[in-house]
Design a protein around this ligand. Sequence first.
Ligand code: SER
Length: 318
Amino acid sequence: MKKILITGACGQIGTELTQTLRRIYGVENVVATSVRSCSNHAVEEEGIFEQLNVTDKERMMELCKKYEIDTIMNLAALLSAVGEANPQLLWDVNMNGLYNCLEVARETGAMVFTPSSIAAFGPSTPADMTPQDTIQRPTTIYGVSKVAGELLCDYYFNKYGVDTRGVRFPGLISYSALPGGGTTDYAVHIYYEALKNKKFTCNLAADTYMDMMYMPDAIDSIIQICEADPSNLIHRNAFNITAMSFCPEDIKASIKKYIPEFEMDYAIDPIKQKIANSWPNSLDDSCARAEWGWNPKYDLDKMTVDMLEKLRIKLGIE
Ligand code: SER
């Protein structure tokens, strides 16, 4: 990993990934790309920034050649809930974007990291301690694109030797950039509302368990899997990873430890609830731990303390 191109650099993951990679690998070795301008100006102004629509393969190739890219990190994607509102657009961006990354990598020899998700599982998957290798029959277009993406990455490795790597991310919680229309987003918005209004209306039912992770662990996982010795990788793509599993009542209890006045009520979003119900309650991430040393640092309370501290500064709340 000497010259890295990031797609979707202005998104929830891309924003923090770009800044961390610039620190570790050098500002001159990270090319942040996005279809449009960032709300976070650091991504655009503190290093190389280029406009790129991932569905435009010629432009992707031009940038990879111009900067002699050896690693493509493909973070450009629509999330699960917005995908249900526009399945055709999701397929175009998520699938053709990945296909273009793989095709460019096939021609240039670059490595490709692309995230899969807990959404790659469905209602017929074992819901508790979901194994690495199990039934994958998702019922969202986002999940369908993730399973197809996992298989396509395996195919490009087996057929063409493209060095593809990936993890299945759970819901990601962060304070820099907001998520763009997923089912797990409530676990981000709850912290903003806890600080701003001391109350939150949750759009998922009280006992909806899903896997979650704090962004610093997610960024570490990307770097670790990309730096991992390939001879140790039995699975290579789409590793189950998780840091915690909680439901809305658990995160409420965690926040109340630090903001005792915090209150939560419920107004269920039927589309998001159906999606959440189709995903696992908890993942078994033992393959990632065994094959490349996955070991997250943040549990729920440690994340809550850090989120509240960082958001207080961001929002200017005492
Ligand atoms: N966080 C994503 C979503 O909710 C899942 O990968 O859509």
